[in-house]
Design a binder for this molecule. Structure first.
Ligand SMILES: Cc1cc2nc3c(=O)[nH]c(=O)nc-3n(C[C@H](O)[C@H](O)[C@H](O)COP(=O)(O)OP(=O)(O)OC[C@H]3O[C@@H](n4cnc5c(N)ncnc54)[C@H](O)[C@@H]3O)c2cc1C
Length: 387
């Protein structure tokens, strides 16, 4: 069992501690070993189960607060707890939030009513389609177009690396409407998964398998009321959504790191070497100390960012960038140490630390690569004139 003492930090309220305990109990009886062989089926089943039992309700509150406000500490705690058990369960949860995020944050009452009950219940799977082959980090350069044509828009172009691509019922697609050059000429649209102009051009396999695809849009028509917010607001919508969810990527990394430390402590305590448990070797203790230290530092940054947002800050760009950057990089180091301490078993296919080693890698790339987070942090520091 991971150290849960962090739940008594002042960032949390009683409702967070209660939720963490309930989710732990739920995960014990509902997650078991997730079968990664058919990720589409596994993902659909996870979304359905998370929806059925109310966990997805936290991903997409209504504007009127009927389902509570979007509480970043809750999202982060859920992601951390799920990631400790299963990368795919965390993915299934997170994508419902990221995919529905632009609608819950900026959608009209009609858009919210049409989609959020379904994403919350797990009846509709959501995707967030921003990246393109020539514009991953360089979002403002995206080339997919949306041209107004009477009462509809016509989308043409290509998106890639789209999580849930191939199984999503709902894609929030960012496209160029051209109100101004660059970032100020983008808009966000709701595109149904069964729109005939949307094709799954390629399924993409990555080191930790989950549903992922390249999509093409050819004469893909959506009604004008599929526009989220105002035309030209797309970049703002994407960044505000990422501002909320970026911190939770750090939380997922934290969950992976805590699991790696748990596995390491168990291994080091049970494995005998040179006539004594591995844990008695001081070099191993040094690794364990570093792992615990990095985990606590990551947790402080993640929950600082989440608390700041929940306390009413309009934007948490700097805090979220620091949380994501540090927690994902630290988790990579923690997991690497876990693999090392496990010896050969650490690289055995299917061993928990081998799985973590694959799971963590993409988190340092998506939702803004680590280098991009450094640029973001440096800009805020420079703008503020110092630390
Ligand atoms: C598993 C996975 C899931 C994903 N899911 C989604 C999704 O659901 N929706 C979606 O829209 N996208 C998704 N993405 C895309 C992801 O956001 C992009 O891969 C990411 O933004 C990087 O873009 P890129 O791959 O084009 O790399 P590039 O933009 O080519 O960047 C490559 C590298 O260049 C460096 N770099 C880039 N910019 C800078 C800079 N300013 N300063 C210094 N160095 C820099 C970084 O090291 C970066 O990793 C996903 C990606 C992966 C791997």
């Amino acid at each position: 069992m991971s150290d849960r003492s962090f739940l008594s930090w002042p960032f949390f309220e009683e409702r967070h501690r209660k939720l963490a305990a309930e989710l732990d109990a739920w995960a014990d009886s509902n997650l078991g070993a997730v079968d990664h062989h058919d990720v589409d089926a596994a993902c659909r089943a996870l979304v359905a189960r998370l929806g059925r039992d109310g966990w997805l309700a936290h991903t997409a509150p209504d504007a009127d607060g009927a389902h509570g406000a979007l509480d970043v500490r809750t999202l982060a705690l859920i992601r951390e707890t799920l990631a400790r058990r299963s990368g795919l369960a965390d993915f299934a949860f997170a994508m419902q939030g990221l995919g529905a995020g632009p609608i819950s944050l900026f959608g009209t009452p009609a858009q919210r009513a049409a989609w959020l009950p379904k994403t919350r219940d797990g009846q509709a799977i959501a995707a967030f389609a921003l990246s393109e082959p020539a514009s991953g980090s360089d979002v403002a350069n995206l080339a997919t177009t949306a041209r107004r044509d009477g009462d509809s828009y016509r989308l043409d172009g290509e998106k890639t690396w789209i999580s849930n691509g191939g199984i999503a019922d709902l894609y929030v697609v960012f496209a160029r409407t051209g109100e101004a050059p660059g970032a100020r000429g983008l808009s966000a649209f709701i595109v149904r998964g069964d729109n005939p102009g949307l094709k799954i051009a390629e399924r993409i396999e990555v080191i930790a398998s989950h549903p992922l695809a390249r999509l093409t849009f050819e004469n893909c028509r959506v009604e004008a009321d599929a526009l989220i917010g105002k035309a030209g607001d797309g970049f703002k919508i994407a960044m505000a959504t990422l501002d909320v969810f970026r911190t939770t990527v750090g939380a997922a990394a934290l969950g992976f790191a805590r699991r790696a430390l748990d596995e390491t402590v168990r291994r080091a305590s049970n494995r005998e070497l040179f006539g004594a448990p591995l844990a008695e070797l001081q070099m191993v203790q040094g690794h364990i100390a570093d792992m615990a230290l990095e985990i606590d530092a990551a947790a402080l940054l993640v929950y600082r960012a989440a608390w700041t947002k929940d306390s009413g800050a309009a934007r948490v760009t700097r805090e979220a960038a620091m949380a994501k950057l540090y927690a994902t990089e630290a988790a990579q180091r923690v997991i690497d140490a876990a693999v090392q301490i496990h010896g050969g078993d650490g690289v055995r296919s299917g061993h928990p630390v081998e799985t973590l080693y694959r799971e963590i890698r993409a988190l340092r790339i998506y939702e803004g690569a680590s280098d991009v987070q450094k640029v973001v942090i440096a800009r805020t520091v420079l703008a503020a004139g110092g630390g």
